[in-house]
Design a protein around this ligand. Structure first.
Ligand code: AKG
Ligand code: FE2
Length: 380
């Protein structure tokens, strides 16, 4: 079968997309490629409808408010305890407040020239922000699996190997994924492990995933069912500084019930989500996902190959978007926050479930340097 590699259409599209680094290049590819079909460049109605028949729904601008995007990012990062030092925070502030048209809190809108400065400042902060290796195991990250590959302390003293000395901390700039909720997904063994002292998946994430699933059902025609008990989210990070940050084609097929949906929320830089079929031989579709967009995979598409072959440079004037179409169905995730991040007067709920302005300011700068994706599911 001399032409076997040729018929791996997923791989061919993946290879082509790897070199695409901006939305303009994706537009060009859409017009010229005989390999890759693209959704997101303006003429995607037919393809979207076809995907919906397979149970896949694209919810454009689903998390439309930038403050909601910042708060989701902040809440996802919270278990890592990586708030920068006061020094770094004040440096961030001088960059983000300078020539920004500030409202009460100055958060959502960033001008392009400020965004560049902010990203630069954030890259420095990311390299110096430490995530301690021995912090309590409430969330698993790629560092947890990295640590597992180091020899135990005894073996270090035997071999005197300095090179293999267990690191005490890791910089935020190397964080690739974190697993939120009661389960750890072990990428190496492709299985879930129960996390002993886990913090349950934040209610906000459960609610946002349920709402996305409800809206997706309107597109896919999936029958009404009981609410899904979303119990885990894989949070993937793709740093713009490291073009090798991608996610190869895979299927999420080790959850207990594969009839339950996968809900994927994009934040920060835009990325290309490549959705294939049941086999790698099926022609995949490249879907441009921008900050606030959401993909829901259910029905047949739940078992489809998918991945992220490339992340694109930031478009527009912000890592957060407020550019929805009038017909978009959006979800207000933190209704108690106004657009500037201030808590509604008279709010009596639990404040600890809502990120502080400091956390959101950090998230805002962070999102100018990465694509962050939350892939929410029910494991068991
Ligand atoms: O980053 C993405 O958009 C996809 C994530 C994904 O497929 C996964 O976490 O299984
Ligand atoms: Fe996946």
């Amino acid at each position: 079968m001399a032409d076997a590699p040729q018929s791996d259409l997923y791989r061919r599209a993946e290879k082509e997309l790897r070199n695409v680094k901006s939305i303009e290049e994706l537009y060009k590819l859409d017009e010229s490629s005989s390999v890759t079909r693209v959704i997101g460049c303006g003429h995607d109605d037919n393809l979207s409808a076809l995907l919906a028949e397979d149970g896949a729904a694209i919810l454009r601008n689903f998390v439309q408010r930038s403050i909601d995007q910042l708060a989701i990012c902040a809440l996802a990062l919270r278990p890592l305890n990586v708030l920068p030092t006061d020094d770094a925070l004040s440096r961030l502030r001088t960059v983000s407040c300078k020539d920004t048209h500030t409202d009460a809190c100055g958060l959502p809108a960033i001008r392009p020239q400020v965004q560049k400065k902010l990203s630069k400042c954030m890259e420095e902060i990311k390299s110096s922000s430490k995530i301690l290796a021995d912090s309590p195991v409430t969330v698993q990250t790629n560092f947890s699996s990295e640590l597992a590959s180091y020899p135990s302390d005894d073996r270090i003293s035997c071999s005197q190997s300095k090179k293999r000395k267990r690191p005490e901390s890791f910089p935020l700039s190397r964080l690739r994924y974190l697993n939120l909720g009661e389960w750890n997904y072990n990428w190496g063994d492709r299985r879930y492990e129960k996390v002993p002292h886990a913090i349950a998946l934040a209610d906000r994430f459960v609610e946002v995933a349920r709402r996305a699933h409800e809206l997706a059902k309107e597109q896919t025609g999936e029958a009404a069912s009981r609410p899904v008990n979303f119990d885990m989210a894989i949070c993937n990070l793709y740093h713009l500084q490291r073009p090798s940050d991608r996610l190869g084609g895979h299927r999420d097929d080790v959850e207990e019930d594969l009839s339950l949906p996968l809900v994927t929320i994009s934040l920060g830089a835009p990325g290309v989500f490549l959705l294939g079929g049941e086999s790698r031989q099926d022609a995949p579709t490249a879907i441009l996902l921008r900050a606030g967009d959401c993909m829901v995979m259910s029905g047949r598409s739940r078992k489809y190959f998918h991945g992220v072959p490339t992340v694109l440079s930031l478009d527009g004037n912000s890592a957060c978007q407020m550019n929805g179409n009038p017909g978009d169905k959006v979800c207000c995730v933190f209704p108690e926050l106004d657009d500037g991040g201030c808590l509604a007067k008279g709010f009596t709920g639990d404040k600890s479930t809502i990120p502080s302005l400091d956390e959101m300011e950090f998230a805002q700068a962070f999102l100018t340097t990465v694509r962050m994706n939350l892939s929410i599911r029910q494991v068991a």
